[in-house]
Design a protein around this ligand. Structure first.
Ligand SMILES: NC(=O)c1ccc[n+]([C@@H]2O[C@H](COP(=O)([O-])OP(=O)(O)OC[C@H]3O[C@@H](n4cnc5c(N)ncnc54)[C@H](O)[C@@H]3O)[C@@H](O)[C@H]2O)c1
Length: 326
């Protein structure tokens, strides 16, 4: 199979590269290396089944050719990470919306019945109460925030609307994935992702910095389970024109997460609390709960994750110890 991955030098994208090359597929990556890293794909540069183009998907002139070549496309390229979203509010909207539409348009004009997987986010659910299970068919919330955090959700909502419209109007085989928090190898803490940041701090015996009071909760899916879900969904014809949550049901607070990482790494780090104002600037809107309804995911895949949170964290701690930089 021929697999095109936009954003393939990034966290989830590079894990998709590993997964598909190991299966014997041919993989073509396009990435502008804005948050992606060449180290993530360096092991494959000489691989006979791997092609890498450093380019911006908004202007890449090989896009139509690559889409024609592909049997499957994962569209992962986007401006992501809370820090980047707050700092570059226009590029979040412009890149995420125009990039997605460009892929859809290229697929529409191609000759092949290619499967397209588009990455959306649980951020589209907005702020919810503790007991609410987030289901794909519920109404979505965008808060009238004072800052630009909601631009990311708006961009992902626009991508979903484009994806479903192309799928319905032109009978294209498109599936939208609403990722909840994904963790694992190749993720960087540089742009606000909490697990790699805590692991790095714990291993370096620096203070583990919790933003807010640590009561905000998240659920974490290992990327090695996530890529299996994506492949299974792509192979299931029922996923056509569907929006599907991808995540895990176990929710834990960020304070609990800090303690698990501290304990699993036997770290002497202190746990320190930093106000949202100091971490992100004034008027940051936190999302306190994100618990996915996974009925649709289970119905379409019949797969249960193999990586518990503790198993993922132990693996990430070992990888952090093995890094030369620390
Ligand atoms: N990781 C998560 O927990 C999570 C949660 C929800 C949604 N998502 C979505 O999943 C996708 C992948 O996220 P990730 O965590 O791997 O992030 P990432 O930043 O590691 O990957 C995104 C990749 O896209 C590339 N990119 C950005 N703009 C580009 C452009 N204009 N042209 C070409 N390449 C470009 C970046 O360099 C990067 O390699 C994103 O669409 C993101 O919104 C991720």
């Amino acid at each position: 199979m021929h697999v095109l991955i936009t954003g393939g030098a990034g966290f989830i994208g590079s894990n998709l590269v590993t997964y598909h090359l190991e299966k014997g597929d041919k993989v073509h990556v396009v990435d502008n290396l804005s948050t992606g890293r060449i180290e993530n794909i360096a092991p494959y540069m000489e691989h006979p089944d791997f092609i890498f183009d450093e380019a911006d998907i908004l202007v890449w002139n090989e896009l139509e050719k690559a889409v024609n070549w592909a049997d499957r496309i994962y569209h992962m390229a986007a401006v992501v990470g809370v820090f980047r979203v707050l700092k570059e509010p226009i590029s979040v909207l412009a890149t995420n919306i125009a990039g997605c539409e460009r892929i859809l348009r290229a697929l529409h004009t191609s000759h092949w019945n290619t499967k397209l997987i588009i990455a959306s986010s649980s951020e589209v659910y907005g702020n919810r109460s503790e007991d609410e299970l987030l289901s794909e068919d519920m109404e979505l919330l965008i808060s009238p925030g004072h800052n630009s955090r909601w631009n990311y959700s708006i961009s992902k909502l626009a991508d979903e609307a484009f994806a479903l419209s192309y799928a319905r109007q032109y009978n294209m085989d498109v599936t939208v994935i609403r990722f909840f928090n994904v963790i694992g190898p190749n993720q960087t803490g540089k742009y606000g992702m909490v697990v790699p940041r805590f692991v790095r701090q714990a291993v370096r015996e620096e203070p583990i910095t919790v933003f807010g009071d640590g009561t905000q909760k998240r659920s974490f899916l290992d990327v090695r389970d996530a890529v299996i879900y994506l492949d299974m969904l792509a192979n299931n014809p029922q996923s056509r024109a569907e929006v599907i949550n991808v995540g895990t049901r176990r929710e834990i607070s960020i304070e609990q997460l800090a303690n698990i990482i501290k304990n699993e790494s036997n770290s002497a780090s202190s746990i320190e609390y930093i106000s949202y104002d100091d971490a992100y600037g004034k008027d940051f809107d936190e999302i306190f709960h994100r618990k996915p309804n996974l009925e649709k995911l289970i119905k379409f895949t019949h797969y249960l994750p193999q990586w518990s949170l503790e198993k993922s964290i132990i693996d990430l701690i070992q990888r952090q110890h093995a890094k030369k930089e620390y």
